[in-house]
Design a protein around this ligand. Sequence first.
Ligand SMILES: C[S@@+](CC[C@H](N)C(=O)[O-])C[C@H]1O[C@@H](n2cnc3c(N)ncnc32)[C@H](O)[C@@H]1O
Length: 221
Amino acid sequence: MLPTPYIKCDYETVYEPCEDSFLVLDCLEQEQSFLQTRFKHQLAIVCELGPGSGIVTTFLMQNDIPNNEGSVYLALDISPWALEATQNTQKRNGCQNRYLSVIQSDLSKCLRRNSTDLLVFNPPYVPAEQVPERPSHEDDKGQWLDLALLGGEDGMVVTQEVLNQLDTILSQEGVAYILFCARNKPEQVAEKMKQQGWSVDLIINRKAGWEVLSIYRFTRS
Ligand SMILES: C[S@@+](CC[C@H](N)C(=O)[O-])C[C@H]1O[C@@H](n2cnc3c(N)ncnc32)[C@H](O)[C@@H]1O
């Protein structure tokens, strides 16, 4: 079993790792050999959208996922608090020797086209009337936290934006892992993506309280 990063953050501003975060870690552990084989002898560009506390990105760095060829890790979050937390988590877990860039970005806007080999996203997936506006001040703490949770109609507004951009985000061999809750209607989403030419595989799912969470893997067919 791979080690889990030690996390200490201010949970008034940053999403506290919970069942969904741990499902992502279990998914990546399960996929480790698939990823090692896929990116053998290749310096990979790894990007996490919405790192929050930095638990997932640090787990990837700590455990040399996808490989030990000196991957470049990018952690992109809209929240300045999440970026600070991610850097702290990197240090706290002794991963300063890994190349990590934390960047304030609205989803993938700052990424170079078709350059990401491994994309991981645990999105704001809770259905809500709308996706909250981006707070105008860093100190509007609770509002940054709302952005971590609320995903608009069907909880899918933010995730759908990423799915729409997937073709321009991923490299030719690129792989994306995206988390859904049942209210996101993931089977329908998977079907639609298949119709658009993607290979979509359910990697892991789990009941978490009253939610059922699942993570799908997207690759080019
Ligand atoms: C559910 S939390 C996941 C946090 C962490 N990855 C984990 O698994 O514990 C969602 C994260 O996405 C970020 N986020 C929300 N909307 C975003 C956007 N438009 N662009 C970038 N990041 C965003 C939030 O700030 C938050 O850190």
